[in-house]
Design a protein around this ligand. Structure first.
Ligand code: SF4
Length: 239
C-alpha cells in the first residue's frame, strides 16, 4: 500500500489505520523531536500532494477486502510523513472516507493552519482532532518547532481557540515536553491559562522518544512531568 499504513496500536487512538497525505517529508515545521527526521520540503503551500482519488481507491480496496478485520479498527487517522493539512484535498478525502466506512476519523496536526477559517471548515467532519502546541512564546516555539516563515505562535493559539468554538467533535491537545527547553513549572502556569482558552477535551503530555530529529532531545524526569500534569488538572494525561 502506498498511502495507507497499519493498522497499528497507538497510545492515543487505540488500533489506528493511518493515511499519509504528504510525501516524505513535507511540513511547515522541522521539530527537533520529530521521529521522521529533518523536514526536506519546508513549506506552507497547500496543494494536493497526494492524489485523493488514489488514496480513496486504496482505502476502498483495503476496507472491502474480506481478509481485513475492520471491526478491530478504532480510528482512521489522517497524518503521515508531514503535515496533513497541507493537502488541499482533505475535505474531499473526509467526505470520501465517510462514503466508504463509518469508522471514526481522527486528524493529527501541528495546528499551524487552523487560523484559516476555510481549513477549519474543511476538517469539520472528522470525529477527533489531535493538534499539538509545544510552546506559547516565540522563543520556545522557534527552538522546538523550527517553523517556516510567517508562522506565528499567537496565530496558532488563536486558531486553536477558534477551532474549539466551531468544532463539534473532540479535541485532544498534545504538548511535547523537552528537558531543559519547556519543562519549567512557571511556564506551565502560563500554559494553563492558554489551554483553558482553547478548552480541549483532553491534554496529552508527550515526551521525546527514540530517533528524534536532533540529538540530545530528551524527556524530563518523571517527577517534573507529574508536577506539570497536576498543575494542568484532571483533563491532563501523560502518554
Ligand atoms: S509537525 Fe509533525 S511531521 Fe512536522 S516536523 Fe513536527 S513532528 Fe515532524
Amino acid at each position: 500500500m502506498k498511502y495507507i499504513y497499519g493498522p497499528v496500536q497507538s497510545r492515543r487512538l487505540g488500533f489506528s489505520l493511518g493515511i499519509s497525505l504528504t510525501p516524505y517529508k513535507v511540513c511547515n515545521f522541522d521539530c527537533i523531536y520529530c521521529q521522521l527526521g529533518r523536514t526536506t520540503v519546508k513549506t506552507s503551500l497547500r496543494k494536493e500532494y497526494v492524489n485523493i482519488k488514489d488514496v480513496l481507491r486504496e482505502l476502498r480496496e483495503f476496507i472491502l477486502n474480506p481478509g481485513s478485520d475492520n471491526s478491530r479498527i478504532d480510528y482512521i487517522s489522517l497524518s503521515g510523513a508531514g503535515e496533513p493539512l497541507l493537502n488541499s484535498g482533505i475535505s474531499s478525502l473526509i467526505r470520501g472516507i465517510r462514503a466508504i466506512t463509518d469508522i471514526p476519523i481522527a486528524l493529527i496536526t501541528n495546528a499551524s493552519l487552523l487560523k484559516n477559517k476555510t481549513v477549519r471548515q474543511e476538517i469539520s467532519g472528522v470525529d477527533v482532532i489531535l493538534p499539538s502546541l509545544d510552546a506559547i512564546d516565540k522563543e520556545a516555539f522557534e527552538i522546538i518547532d523550527r517553523p517556516g516563515p510567517n508562522l506565528k505562535i499567537e496565530n496558532i493559539i488563536n486558531g486553536l481557540i477558534e477551532l474549539r468554538k466551531g468544532f463539534k467533535g473532540k479535541i485532544y491537545l498534545e504538548v511535547m515536553i523537552i528537558a531543559g527547553v519547556n519543562d519549567k513549572l512557571d511556564v506551565f502556569s502560563r500554559f494553563k491559562q492558554v489551554i483553558s482558552k482553547i478548552n480541549p477535551d483532553k491534554i496529552h503530555l508527550n515526551t521525546p522518544k527514540r530517533h528524534t530529529s536532533e540529538r540530545g532531545v530528551l524527556a524530563p524526569p518523571e517527577k517534573i512531568l507529574n508536577k506539570i500534569k497536576e498543575l494542568l488538572g484532571p483533563k491532563c494525561e501523560i502518554i
